[in-house]
Design a protein around this ligand. Structure first.
Ligand SMILES: Cc1ncc(COP(=O)(O)O)c(C=O)c1O
Length: 429
């Protein structure tokens, strides 16, 4: 192994917080520059025509990769050094063998779903999910003969098994398969948890011949610091890197990570759909990864203090924060098994409806009224009329995306300033 891919110091396993400063980058290849330059190039020169032939043959799967002669760089829609460094560093956090970075979280999710599914297939997903994912699964993919069914956080594992088995049988009846079980845990915007280990066991038990349903987890809310889905049996971990990883509300990106075999199934579609991340954004993401751990932990500390304030506030009906889960409840049990922290994005229900929620949002002065999450600055939004506007009224009721629900993403500002702002805005309710 080359020295810049080493993860140990003598017998010591180096931690991700340390590896983010240089892992995957050879300073000797860039005049000793301590930070990787931005490889702002569309194409790469081959030493000789035979190399070009070899690299393309491996890329198109016409030939096995020779481990002693790794495939070189070809073209920035296929690979680029900045993307590869980012993929290597993201893989460190989730103990993944390989990763792919995409131009957005939705590009990562849609490429993965499409790469793993065929006409006739069914995707089972947890609900609620981010509005864009819901749109993909229920509006776009059905046009290609791929349909979706929901499982709910209130279901027991036995009930989940029944839905998965029924989906598998229904798909088989029309010449398809249960292709993917997609979990968004915790969910956007209600912070409900799904049992990755329990559901992965059920999904994997439904293997038929060569085909085994894949389990993907959208880890945007807690990852990669507070939850590691691959350790709990997931095949793919998916990210909107736009959120905590980018962390400054200035870049858009996504990722899909897993075993080398799992990632090979998705890579080809990224090349042909052209959804790879650009070199500049990859460079920005690597810079953000250096401070990821301290940002996520500070935001989570702030969020905990704010949750406590909201829990006792007379204008607030309920706070849907993971830190409020009863350890004796099923949701609390899953949280304790799966997560090491509650993160800093959560929702709360105001006493009232849309009018009260809008009054609160319009009165905020420090916290910004904007969608998205995971940035250094705190944001607040109204999912029912914004990110989840496309949900039917029935779905909103079923999944708890109510008119009095406000979602906040807590940043790293002074926590007392944030509390003062939220309290004065609550006075307007
Ligand atoms: C949980 C979750 N997954 C995926 C996405 C989509 O990510 P992007 O906006 O980077 O495409 C979002 C966006 O808000 C999200 O909240």
């Amino acid at each position: 192994m080359d020295s810049y891919h080493k993860r140990t110091l003598n017998t010591r396993q180096l931690q991700p917080q340390t590896l983010m400063m240089g892992y995957g980058y050879d300073t000797a290849l860039s005049e000793g520059a301590i930070k990787a330059p931005i490889f702002q190039t569309s194409t790469f020169v081959f030493d000789k025509a035979e190399d070009g032939k070899e690299f393309f043959a491996v890329t198109y799967g016409l030939k096995e990769q020779d481990p002693d002669n790794p495939r070189g760089l070809i073209y920035s829609r296929i690979n680029n050094p900045n993307c590869e460094i980012l993929e290597d560093r993201l893989s460190v956090w989730d103990a993944a063998e390989k990763g792919l970075v995409f131009s957005s979280g939705m590009a990562a999710i849609s490429n993965t779903m499409m790469a793993l599914s065929r006409p006739g297939d069914i995707i089972v997903h947890s609900a609620p999910v981010y509005g864009g994912t819901e749109y993909l699964l229920h509006k776009l993919l059905p046009e290609y003969g791929i349909t979706a069914k929901a499982i709910l956080p209130t279901m027991t594992l036995e009930e989940v098994e029944t839905v998965l088995r029924q989906a598998d049988e229904e798909a088989q009846g029309r010449g398809g398969r249960l292709s993917v079980v997609h979990l968004e845990t915790p969910s956007n915007p209600t912070n409900t948890m799904m049992d990755i280990e329990g559901i992965a066991k059920i999904a994997h038990s439904l293997q038929r011949g060569e085909h085994r349903p894949a389990v993907s987890v959208d880890n945007t809310f807690l990852g990669p610091v507070f939850q590691h889905p691959l350790n709990h049996g997931a095949d793919y971990v998916l990210y909107s890197l736009t959120k905590y990883v980018g962390g400054h509300s200035d870049v858009v990106g996504g990722a899909c990570l897993g075993s080398a075999e799992a990632i090979a199934k998705v890579a080809g579609l990224r090349t042909i759909m052209g959804t790879i991340m650009d070199p500049h954004t990859s460079w920005m993401m690597c810079r953000s990864l250096e401070t990821l751990d301290i940002r996520m932990r500070r935001s989570a500390e702030n969020a905990l203090a704010i949750t406590k304030m909201l829990n006792d506030h007379s204008k607030v009906e309920k706070v849907l924060s993971l830190s409020n889960l009863d350890p004796n409840s099923e949701q609390g049990r899953i949280y304790a098994k799966q997560c090491t922290g509650a993160g800093s994005t959560f929702s709360f229900l105001l006493k009232g409806g849309e009018a009260e929620a809008y009054r609160f949002l319009n009165a905020l002065k420090v916290v910004k009224l904007a969608v998205s999450l995971g940035g250094t600055e705190s944001l607040a939004s109204h999912p029912a009329s914004m990110t989840h506007a496309d949900y039917s009224d029935e779905a909103k009721v079923k999944y708890g995306v109510s008119d009095n629900l406000v979602r906040v993403s807590i940043g790293i500002e002074d926590v007392e300033d944030l509390i003062a702002d939220l309290e004065q805005a609550l006075d307007h309710v």
